[in-house]
Design a protein around this ligand. Structure first.
Ligand SMILES: Nc1ncnc2c1ncn2[C@@H]1O[C@H](COP(=O)(O)OP(=O)(O)O)[C@@H](O)[C@H]1O
Ligand SMILES: Cc1ncc(C[n+]2csc(CCOP(=O)(O)OP(=O)(O)O)c2C)c(N)n1
Ligand SMILES: [Mg+2]
Ligand SMILES: [Mg+2]
Ligand SMILES: [Mg+2]
Length: 286
């Protein structure tokens, strides 16, 4: 069974699962695990690893339109070295500070492969779910697409720049601004294409995306090749951790959000298309 099939099963078993984070009354909670071989390319600093792993869970809180309150992380490695743990905690604290949350603790574990597990809690009175999109709404995305895909290509030759690109800003403030005006929302951890298929399934709708409207990050054009084209990096690769949402109040959310928001298409009755042609459900899968 692949990851998607397993998630569909879990979704049918657990009434509160199936969204970016679970919501109980006003409490919002999400957890994630990252591994050296699958998540931290060679050259990733411990600072970036701390930032990125806690940031990934903060992004799931942002995707509910919630405030992020506190984060904890498990740091598992073959050995505990003072500079490495210090850097990791600095990165975790820095990303929390960026969104007004607090890094409050965690756990250490001995493990052959460097592995991080994170949990973040937040709160909201008005959660935005994956299931609320309606045909006719405008489809929007925060920030730019493709930074992580481009970064992965840069780790070999420009590790400092790659680490910078890998330190994304979780869109908590934008999510708060969007919340009151959104139909549906999720983060784009598995890439725009896969996110749209997940939103379409949850909301029983479709999407038509205008390729020329996509806010593709400048660095994507720099690293794209014939084999690894711009759309592969910006639409399918994943780990953008931007918010993908639907709204009928584009100008309002644009005026409220501290992060630029780009309308990229419309909500339709069914099917996910890019410039009218079918957009395959291809993205990151474990
Ligand atoms: N082991 C598990 N037990 C319970 N729920 C799970 C498990 N794994 C995933 N889920 C649920 O499945 C949904 C999708 O998970 P995931 O794809 O990791 O979300 P995201 O991409 O936002 O991090 C979430 O609601 C999550 O809580
Ligand atoms: C060494 C390495 N290979 C590949 C990637 C790309 N990558 C790893 S996980 C992932 C998708 C998002 O991760 P996931 O664990 O699915 O996060 P979630 O959707 O649960 O938030 C991508 C694109 C990477 N970051 N590092
Ligand atoms: Mg998510
Ligand atoms: Mg996850
Ligand atoms: Mg994923």
């Amino acid at each position: 069974m692949d990851e998607r099939a397993a998630l569909t099963l879990i979704d049918s078993w657990l009434p509160l699962a199936g969204d970016d984070a679970a919501v109980l009354d006003d409490l919002v909670i999400s957890t994630d695990m990252l591994h050296e071989t699958t998540d931290f390319p060679e050259g990733t600093t411990r600072y970036t690893a701390g930032w990125r792993s806690v940031g990934a869970s903060l992004s799931d809180i942002a995707a509910m339109g919630a405030n992020a309150t506190a984060a904890v992380a498990v740091y598992a490695a073959p050995s505990f070295e003072e500079p490495e743990i210090h850097d990791f905690i600095d990165g975790a604290r820095a990303v929390c500070e960026r969104v007004g949350a607090e890094y409050v603790g965690g756990d250490l574990d001995g493990h052959d492969e460097f592995t991080v597990a994170t949990t973040v809690v937040g709160d909201t009175h008005e959660p935005v779910r994956r299931s609320g999109a309606s045909p006719g709404e405008t489809l929007c995305v925060t920030g730019t697409l493709g930074r992580s895909g481009a970064a992965l290509e840069l780790f070999d030759h420009e590790p400092e720049r790659a680490n910078d690109l890998f330190q994304f800003e979780p869109r908590v403030a934008a999510g708060r601004a969007i919340a009151a005006h959104a139909g549906a929302m999720m983060d784009s951890s598995d890439g725009l294409a896969r996110s749209l298929h997940q939103l379409a399934a949850a909301s029983d709708c479709g999407f038509d995306v205008a390729g020329s409207a996509l806010p593709i990050d400048e660095c994507v054009h720099e690293v794209a090749t014939d084999e690894l084209d711009v759309y592969e990096l910006a639409v399918h690769f994943g780990e953008d951790f931007e918010l993908v949402f639907t709204t009928d109040a584009v100008e309002t959310v644009r005026s409220l959000s501290p992060t630029p928001i780009t309308p990229i298409g419309t909500v339709t009755d069914d099917g996910v298309t890019l410039d009218g042609a079918s957009l395959p459900d291809r993205g990151y899968s474990h």
